[in-house]
Design a protein around this ligand. Sequence first.
Ligand code: NAD
Ligand code: KPL
Length: 305
Amino acid sequence: MSSTWHILGAGSLGSLWACRLARAGKAVRLILRDEQRLADYQATGTLTLVEGEQRSHYAIPAETARGAGPIHRLLVACKAYDAAPAVARLAPRLSAGAELVLLQNGLGSQDEVAEQAPHARCIFASSTEGAFRESDWQVRFAGQGFNWLGDPANPAPPPWFDDLQEAGIPAEWRLDILSRLWRKLALNCAINPLTVLHDCQNGGLLGHLPEVDALCAELTVLLQRCGQPGAAENLQEDVQRVILATAANYSSMYQDVRQRRRSEIHYLLGHALRTAARHGLVLPQLEHLHQRLVDNLTARGLPGT
Ligand code: NAD
Ligand code: KPL
């Protein structure tokens, strides 16, 4: 089986992973959105990774979904709302037993992707690394972090897992990946929407702690009810710890909204509320937060889903 890493989405995280894998000598191919993006990339010919003052250039081959040849290993590095449609376009090229690594934040997109690729193995990832695009085809590695990977359907790590260490991508294989993704989702639900509504850095929420605590209380009930008691433990303390540790940062949702990009609300707060509804739970604080956020996004002319 080919050991090529196909990278779907050459945005911030996709480029960060592609450059590090290429630097370690792994075979990497980018899959770009359309012929226009491919022509743009080919005019430049390289991806640039910026780390501090250092700039490294990698001539990684690229194609579109219409390229030829089977795909055995695919890193899905699109936003959560783009992941399933992007994988659907590639479905005819996925080999039997193909492995997909899903980098999306939040929950819900992983199941949407699995529906489009029923014969593939879907490996879920939760990342705290930070990267952003300085310009087209140039990504800055902005925050050291970590990656947890796991497969809720199969405890065995994939045979290529050591590629990550060889590429300097910090990663651990976890049997409790769903718990990690739920915990991150809960942190994001307690922090990110409020930073948009109060127009503040994460640290600005120290002035709104009763509101944060009320959300944490409902998120704790939800996590316990939906079979994720581990993700519920000490949530309120952890949220306050993250607010303090990231006080000077703007949340990812704040940045999306500021840059007039669609947010991933559907896979964060939206997923929390859909799960609550399935369990017959009424969570008034979270529902009110969701409504305020949708109103806020709509008033800015941004999608509320
Ligand atoms: P991004 O917007 O920078 O990159 C996504 C890329 O996917 C874009 O280049 C877009 O053109 C491309 N894309 C969309 N549809 C496509 C298609 N059909 N075919 C090919 N390419 C397609 O997003 P990002 O910041 O890298 O985030 C990706 C995911 O990782 C998100 O769910 C995000 O929440 C999560 N995440 C990001 C960071 C970070 O620091 N950037 C950190 C942790 C988690
Ligand atoms: O993950 C985050 C984000 O901004 O998306 C933190 C920093 C934890 C805030 O929720």
